[in-house]
Design a protein around this ligand. Structure first.
Ligand SMILES: Cc1cc2nc3c(=O)[nH]c(=O)nc-3n(C[C@H](O)[C@H](O)[C@H](O)COP(=O)(O)OP(=O)(O)OC[C@H]3O[C@@H](n4cnc5c(N)ncnc54)[C@H](O)[C@@H]3O)c2cc1C
Length: 394
């Protein structure tokens, strides 16, 4: 067993840190303007390409950085320090695109890896959230085409994405299927752009699909495979949320400790007060334990035989454990950081305030904390605790 970072992981972490520092300069612009100017986006895009951290999950032969899951987690851990969700400017094609046909790779994946196109994933509906299998968007066969009808909510990056991966049920058997839909296709429209608690560099609009015609070449990953592709997407995304929230927590704690060392009240530095020390110690525990487990599961993912459905299910539950533990722990850390900053911790210009506001959604999206608990308990029931609790054997 070896827990040391390899020179390659060290190098990736250093590159990700440099890129994070560059993008951090845009945080206040994003907070004050609820987004970035075209010029700022262009500067960030150039920095991402310069760092070689574009499309980190996409094979190098298609123009991505081609990183393993552990390597991606190390990069996301650094990027997670950014507020305004500026980590999302470091584009990463949605995982279902791994099932793209050669034509879809040419048309969607390769331009996206270059940073010239952008996707959004549209699964959730007004009445299909945690239970996304109850989605009612339909795809009706019409000759060689399909006509898509329905409504999708919370479509992150939907305001700038030029294509969407849409989950719809193919009639007449209601076969859940993913479709690649160009955002400018006739019948696609934005219904509403809600304001959310966090400031996010992109929007999360609601979309309607009104008789949107797509060809059979728009089917991604085969008719009827939509739910399985969604679950696989969740597995990787939940690991990356774990990694990002830990990075965010580290930034908040670092700022809080620096502040506690400087700030004097009642003749003593805050750091010398035992109640403050308790908050710092609990935060160190939350970060270190969760970073270790996130790295462990990411590493297991890279070793695993993903063609084995049982292995995939166990990893799905382990990724749920990561997401549940890390997002809840990081929310505790950023809350304590706000407390240590006192009134300043409640001012939006202070990063701890933004981190506190922005990490809240990590307990909701990609499956709420309650849903992660259901996934974990379901695995314990179906395949037992052994695999959930143990390390893989050589
Ligand atoms: C900012 C933001 C961005 C998002 N981006 C995207 C996106 O890009 N694409 C996309 O498709 N979706 C996206 N989502 C949707 C997100 O994944 C859902 O909001 C989430 O899965 C929860 O669904 P819901 O909001 O319908 O809540 P509900 O499912 O209605 O849940 C409400 C509450 O009930 C609980 N609950 C539900 N079912 C159970 C159960 N069986 N047992 C116990 N408790 C339960 C939940 O845990 C929660 O506390 C986004 C959401 C947000 C807020």
């Amino acid at each position: 067993m070896d827990f040391a970072y390899t020179p390659r992981l060290n190098d990736l972490k250093a590159r990700a840190r440099t890129l994070t520092d560059t993008i951090m300069a845009f945080e206040l612009e994003c907070e004050h303007n609820n987004g970035l100017s075209e010029q700022s986006h262009a500067t960030i895009k150039a920095a991402v390409l310069d760092a070689g951290l574009q499309a980190i999950n996409t094979p190098a032969e298609y123009g991505g950085a081609g990183l393993s899951i552990l390597e991606q987690a190390v990069v996301q851990d650094e990027l997670g320090k950014l507020t305004g969700a500026l980590w999302d400017t470091v584009w990463r094609p949605a995982n279902p695109l791994a099932h793209a046909t050669p034509e879809q790779i040419e048309r969607y994946l390769i331009p996206e890896a270059r940073g010239d196109r952008r996707d959004a994933v549209a699964i959730t509906e007004a009445d299909a959230g945690s239970d996304f299998s109850s989605a009612t968007t339909t795809a009706k066969p019409d000759g060689d085409d399909y006509l898509i009808n329905g409504e999708k909510w919370f479509v992150t990056v939907g305001d700038v994405a030029d294509f969407m991966i849409v989950l719809a049920n193919v009639e007449p058997d209601n076969a859940p299927t993913m479709f690649l839909v160009d955002s400018d296709a006739p019948g696609v429209s934005i219904k509403n752009v809600p304001r959310y608690t966090h400031t996010f560099v992109y929007e999360h609009p609601e979309f309607t699909f009104d008789n949107v015609r797509v060809g059979s070449d728009a089917v991604l990953g085969g008719v009827g495979n939509g739910l399985e592709l969604t679950r696989d997407w969740f597995t990787e995304e939940r690991l990356m949320i774990g990694a990002r929230t830990i990075g965010a927590a580290e930034r908040a704690l670092t700022l809080a400790v620096d502040w506690a060392r400087e700030r004097v009240q009642g003749g003593q530095r805050l750091i010398d007060r035992q109640l403050i020390q308790g908050m710092i110690a609990d935060s160190v525990v939350d970060i270190t334990v969760n970073r270790a487990y996130t790295h462990q599961v990411a590493w297991e993912f890279d070793q695993a035989d993903l063609t084995d459905p049982t292995v995939r299910k166990t990893l799905h539950a382990k990724a749920a454990t990561v997401k549940l533990a890390a997002s809840e722990a990081s929310n505790r850390v950023v809350d304590r950081a706000v407390q240590i900053f006192g009134g300043r911790g409640y001012i939006r210009d202070y990063p701890v305030e933004r981190l506190w506001r922005e990490l809240r959604v990590d307990r909701i999206w990609e499956g709420t904390s309650e849903i992660q608990r259901l996934v974990i308990a379901n695995e314990a029931n179906k395949r037992g605790l052994d695999k959930l609790l143990s390390f893989p054997q050589e």
